[in-house]
Write a protein that binds this ligand. Structure first.
Ligand code: NDP
Length: 448
């Protein structure tokens, strides 16, 4: 074992002890530290001044009570989180997730990933993440509003245009951002547009923000395919999930000539051998907030399944866009057996370490989430730029900027992998490219 490997293993073992019971955080750190072994053997100065330990410890973690009253008059108490992980490059930036599975370890994994993702975009934003274990499913509009207001009543003390700028994630879309912005404005008597991104278009939001993560994931996929002499035209694509990221990944993939053969939600998956009717999907999920089985009742040739797995479908490309660890090692093997050659992660960490191993062994071209889904946060940073200059850009211009950013992210990941002698390993390339920029800033700013 090299000195660098030994050093990194020691850090990791300490981290496991200090952050017990946080398996998702361990998983995210392990993947990055694995790439850093390669960096440290070439550039050992990156281990100086406790840099790696500081990078793995959030600058600040806030946990708070969120009491709210349901329509029947009962009082509920949810738990709120904001983890401000690293602000060496700019204000903390990262979404808010409302889902019953949320806990500190999940928010820390997402915040940690966000540091490298945000750095990769080339934009001046640090990494953070937040959310709550509140379950929005089945709640009325009034309940969602009261929850969002209570959540913001505490969160507003910790955020700000130059401090920390949250956005959406699972369970938090335009409606929730609206309720939270309203409460922020009321509490602060301040129309500080730059405090949240994902806002409505008439009050400081940016065109393309809604589409950005899904479109960006497909732009990244197209670049990765081009690198290997392929394109999306005529390709069969599986997209898991049917939320914000998935819907716009489906739309852009089909615009570029692919057929999306399946999508899903937590109730099951839909096989769409003739492609997806995006208008209908948007109507079912965004307007009616219904389950994917409703789509099948109204679409031609689509079937709903609540057994088996969407990963059993035959395809050329897989875009996991639902949630963490949704592709097991067995799922990955099935994808390989069924002809998938490209995987790009629209979700954060949807592939388990076992799945990544299967993809590696079988030469699958793999775009990790921190590169492939960075289009959302990149467009949030463009929203911040528009807010700061009181400007508003056209759809075409913003989409071009997004497309350009995704091409650059792919190039940075590919070139960095090649520079370190691991051609085609975009996980390694993305981790190292993201890390170096943050690490250089941290070294320049002293031990803080
Ligand atoms: P949404 O809440 O809009 O959609 C999430 C989708 O995933 C829904 O279809 C949901 O189904 C499904 N899903 C969630 N949990 C599970 C589960 N345990 N099993 C099966 N399906 C599940 O979230 P987003 O689309 O915004 O986020 C999806 C992923 O993309 C997340 O990993 C997020 O962190 C990541 N991401 C999002 C960005 C953004 O801009 N929104 C930016 C970068 C990454 P159901 O409705 O049944 O729960």
């Amino acid at each position: 074992m090299s000195a660098a490997e030994q050093q990194v293993n020691e850090y990791y073992n300490k981290l496991l002890k200090r952050n017990a019971g946080e398996p998702e955080f361990h998983q995210a750190v392990a993947e990055v530290l694995d790439s850093l072994k390669v960096v440290l053997s070439k550039d050992p100065h990156y281990a100086d001044y406790g840099l790696i330990q500081r990078l793995c410890e959030p600058e600040r973690q806030v946990i708070f009570r969120v009491p709210w009253i349901s329509d029947n008059g009962n009082v509920h108490v949810a738990r709120g989180f904001r983890v401000q992980f690293n602000s060496a490059l700019g204000p903390y930036k990262g979404g808010l997730r409302f889902h019953p599975s949320v806990n500190l370890g999940i928010i820390k994994f997402l915040g940690f990933e966000q540091i490298f993702k945000n750095s990769l975009t080339g934009l001046p934003i640090g990494g953070g993440k937040g959310g709550s274990d509140f379950d929005p499913k089945g709640r009325s509009e009034g309940e969602i509003m009261r929850f969002c207001q209570s959540f913001m009543t505490e969160l507003h003390r910790h955020i700000g245009e130059y401090r920390d700028v949250p956005a959406g994630d699972i369970g938090v879309g335009g409606r929730e951002i609206g309720f939270m912005f309203g409460q922020y404005r009321r509490l602060t008597n301040n129309h500080e547009s730059g405090v949240l991104t994902g806002k409505g278009l008439t009050w400081g939001g940016s065109l393309v923000r809604t589409e950005a993560t899904g479109y960006g994931c497909v732009y990244f996929t197209a670049e990765m395919m081009k690198e290997h002499g392929d394109d999306l035209s005529g390709a069969k694509v599986i997209v898991s999930g049917s939320g914000n990221v998935a819907i716009y990944a489906v739309e852009k993939a089909q615009e570029l000539g692919a057929t999306v053969v399946g999508f899903s939600d937590s109730s099951g998956w839909v096989h769409t051998p003739n492609g997806v009717d995006v208008e209908l999907l948007r109507d079912v999920k965004e307007k009616r907030r219904a389950r994917v089985s409703t789509y099948v009742e109204e679409a031609q040739g689509a079937t709903f399944h609540d057994t088996g797995s969407i990963w059993d479908l035959e395809a050329d490309v897989a875009l996991p866009c639902a949630t963490q660890n949704e592709i097991s090692g067995d799922n990955a093997q099935k994808l390989v057996d069924n002809g998938v050659r490209y995987v790009a992660e629209g979700a954060n960490m949807p592939s388990t370490p076992e799945a990544i191993e299967v993809f590696r062994e079988n030469g699958i071209h793999f775009g990790p989430g921190k590169a492939a889904n960075a289009g959302g946060v990149a467009t949030s940073a463009l929203e911040m730029q528009q807010n700061a200059s009181r400007d508003s850009w056209s759809f075409e211009y913003t989409d071009q900027r997004l497309h350009h950013t995704m091409k650059q992210i792919f190039r940075r990941s590919a070139d960095t992998a090649a520079e370190y002698g691991h051609d085609g390993d975009y996980i390694l390339g993305a981790n190292i490219a993201g890390f170096r920029k943050v690490a250089d800033a941290m070294l320049a700013q002293g031990i803080i």
